[in-house]
Design a protein. Structure first.
Lengths: 140, 212
């Protein structure tokens, strides 16, 4: 029975796509790919700029916070009065942890990380793939 | 260890390429997809050339006109390219591609409100006209002879409900298994087999009808 219906369906007229359809499809995909690549490039450039500004601001804020909190002064005690620091090292460590501007450091590191990531993405969006829509199918 | 593995992989890849070139073997779908994911755009080119005739033919049989078939074919490959990252390499690429084509065709027909059902068929696909027949019997030779003409056969197919026509085309023209068809149309296996059975019964009834 299967063969009968196979034979029946084999009588259907052969349908062939128009000659230019394949190239049309590939051109369309290429256009979308280029559009996507341009969008990714713009996003990475904007992200790089924003993260660069953020990194600069956050770094400046970190320095200000370090000075304001007195962390620098407490840290210098190690060099000026090492014996006293050793004698009460636990309290000293707690003092350093409490005065260190962790939030500012986190923001600064995050901004730097975002900057590095977006800078790495920029060349990737520029060089990802080149199209040859009219090329024949490759054979190995 | 990593260097050894990478060198070994490179040697395997080179050996594979030499083997294929010597045997003139076409790369498989999985190989082409892997190549495209690695950055080889020509691999997607090859996939399009390989499946465009099949997808176009399927789309033409569902939509019935050249322009719609072109639109469906283009939409299919654009979606396939867009979602290629989600494609699982253990599944049949052909079935996956045809599921996209089928959905694109149905979306287009739905927009045109061209999805019509047989006047005897309910929304669930039950057809009072064919339900009286228990099972699809083999076609007698005389009935097969009536479908000699390609136009006549196409006219018969166009009379079938879209669900049955889809299953029959995927089975007999695209040579998909019932399991693959079930994934293409997104319906249970029994439903697919039911559409298949009803489609064959409908063809038999149309061929048996006295010629006007």
């Amino acid at each position: 029975m299967q063969d009968q219906y196979d034979s029946l369906f084999s009588r259907l007229r052969e349908i062939h796509p128009p000659a230019q359809l394949a190239s049309g499809v590939l051109m369309r995909i290429q256009t979308l790919q280029q559009r996507s690549r341009r969008r990714r490039f713009m996003v990475s450039v904007v992200a790089a700029w924003v993260s660069a500004l953020g990194a600069i601001s956050a770094s400046g804020l970190l320095v200000v916070e370090l000075l304001r909190s007195g962390f620098g002064q407490y840290a210098s005690l190690v060099f000026s009065d090492g014996a006293a620091v050793l004698a009460a090292w636990q309290d000293y460590a707690t003092l350093l942890v409490e005065t260190f501007p962790w939030a500012s450091l986190t923001v600064a590191l995050a901004s730097v990380f975002a900057l590095i990531t977006s800078l790495r993405l920029i060349p990737h969006t520029l060089t990802n793939g080149r199209w040859t829509p009219m090329a024949n199918a490759p054979t190995l | 260890m990593k260097l050894y593995l990478s060198l070994r992989a490179s040697r395997v890849d080179i050996c594979t390429r030499v083997a294929y070139s010597s045997l003139h073997m076409e790369p498989t779908d999985a190989q082409l997809i892997a190549a495209y994911r690695s950055g080889d755009d020509a691999a997607l080119n090859a996939l399009v050339h390989r499946y465009l005739p099949l997808v176009y033919r399927f789309a033409y049989r569902l939509t019935g006109n050249v322009q719609d078939a072109e639109d469906v074919a283009q939409a299919t490959f654009v979606k396939a390219w867009r979602y290629l990252k989600r494609y699982r390499s253990d599944a049949s690429f052909k079935a996956w591609l045809f599921s996209i084509a089928r959905n694109c065709a149905f979306d287009l027909l739905r927009k045109r409100r061209d999805i019509t059902f047989s006047s005897f068929e309910s929304a669930d696909g039950d057809n009072a006209l064919v339900d009286s027949v228990v099972d699809a019997e083999p076609l007698p030779d005389e009935l097969v002879a009536r479908a000699q003409d390609a136009d006549a056969l196409e006219a018969i197919l166009n009379q079938l409900p879209l669900s049955q026509r889809t299953v029959l085309l995927l089975r007999y023209q695209e040579q998909l298994t019932f399991e693959e068809i079930s994934k293409v149309v997104g319906q249970p296996l029994n439903t697919v087999k039911s559409h298949h059975r009803r489609g064959l019964i409908a063809i038999r009834k149309i061929l048996s009808a006295p010629k006007s």
